[in-house]
Design a protein around this ligand. Structure first.
Ligand code: MRU
Length: 363
């Protein structure tokens, strides 16, 4: 299904939603942007797994929102089977499907976080409620995850904006805007809010090799919103900082450890090292759902390794490397907490020492 008329949708897109009949999850296929605005309906576990794995739906919060709706759609399908499953059979199959979805990508904690929320609802009600009632409760939980994300992104954007000044230059990496979340975004949320309030920011968007989320998605979203955005290659961050054009760096996150180490798109830690060199504040922005309380340090974060084709040939008119050249294609890196000036959440701005300020969020 293609819709090229929904220009406003692209600024604050309904990038993930439930279909009218509740039988499918409808996503914007982000791999087709900026060339085509294509919506895809996900109806089977395989299509859902594939959409997350191939980054059709991507960005930690958006993955969590999608996972919630996907689990709900699958729960409906299991409950509708003939003969009707018993409560135990429903729960066993629902757990199996959630585990399958959870295996699609390892780093963004929002995936397991959202699936565990729905599993928790199913388990808590399995003994006492009918299957239709459990399914109804799962639908409400999936919608709650989405609505909470909208509120969290709005609050994060407000806190983030309080760290900026009119006319500032801001460098960002990857895509942590509306497409990666619900509304506004996290790492780029303050930039949209600043635009609404006439801050006149100048944004530098790293292209973000190899999947080019910065070039394809961030520069697209920001320019459509009227933000003064300049696209740069990843290896140009240093020169724009040295030129004095950057007063702050803002990025999203996929998993934050309790000591403040933050996993985000590959290349983020390099930006943080450059920012430290030039004395530029480096801010990580994300909802508390991205903070992994079971993860003490960045060393405990699993880094996703991806297809060599993303480096050798994807996006090029013809392959740009020998077909059999050895590759190393980690999708994320971990920025050391010592390089992070502040971690901005919907509950407030956390400063070092993060072992204390992050723990206080959950006290
Ligand atoms: O592999 P992706 O595109 O899902 O990675 C996304 C990022 O690293 C984002 O910067 C991060 O998830 C924050 S999204 C608000």
């Amino acid at each position: 299904m293609t819709d090229t008329t929904a220009a406003e949708d692209v600024i604050f897109p309904r990038n993930v939603r439930l279909s009218e009949d509740g039988d499918a999850v409808v996503i914007i296929d982000q791999t087709q942007l900026p060339g085509r605005l294509v919506y895809e309906e996900l109806r089977t576990p395989e299509a859902m797994y594939d959409a997350i794995k191939k980054l059709k739906v991507r960005g930690a919060p958006a993955i969590g929102i999608a996972a919630g709706y996907c689990a709900y759609v699958l729960a409906r399908q299991i409950a509708a089977r003939t003969p009707e499953p018993t409560g135990d059979e429903f729960l066993a199959e629902f757990e199996r499907q959630c585990a399958y979805l959870n295996s699609s990508r390892p780093t963004a904690v929002n995936l397991s976080w959202a699936l565990n929320r729905l599993l928790g609802v199913a388990k808590a009600n399995a003994a006492s409620a009918s299957l239709p009632r459990i399914v109804e409760l799962l639908g409400a939980e999936a919608r709650a995850i989405h609505e909470e994300d909208i509120r969290m992104c709005t609050a994060i954007s407000e806190y983030g904006l309080s760290l900026l000044h009119p006319g500032d230059g801001v460098l960002t990496h990857c895509n942590a805007g509306p497409l990666a979340t619900s509304k506004y975004g996290t790492g780029q949320g303050p930039l949209f809010l600043a635009q609404e309030r006439g801050f006149g920011l100048h944004v530098f968007a790293d292209e973000t090799r190899p999947l080019l989320q910065g070039a394809r998605l961030t520069s697209y979203e920001l320019s459509r919103a009227g933000v003064d955005v300049t696209l740069i290659c990843d290896n140009m961050a240093s020169i724009v900082m040295k030129n004095g054009w950057v007063q702050a760096c803002m990025v999203g996150c996929d998993r934050v450890a309790m000591n403040g180490d933050a996993a985000n798109k590959i290349g983020t830690s390099g930006v943080a090292i450059l920012a430290a060199h030039y004395g530029i504040p480096f801010y990580v922005l994300g909802p508390t759902s991205t903070i992994d309380r079971a993860c003490p340090t960045g060393d405990d974060i699993t880094i996703e390794l991806r297809d060599p084709a993303e480096i050798r040939e994807m996006w090029y008119a013809e392959p740009m490397a020998p077909a059999d050249v050895k590759t190393y294609n980690p999708s994320f890196d971990v920025t050391d907490h010592e390089l992070i000036t502040a971690i901005v959440t919907e509950k407030g701005i956390c400063r070092p020492p993060y072992t204390e300020s992050l723990a206080a969020l959950f006290a």
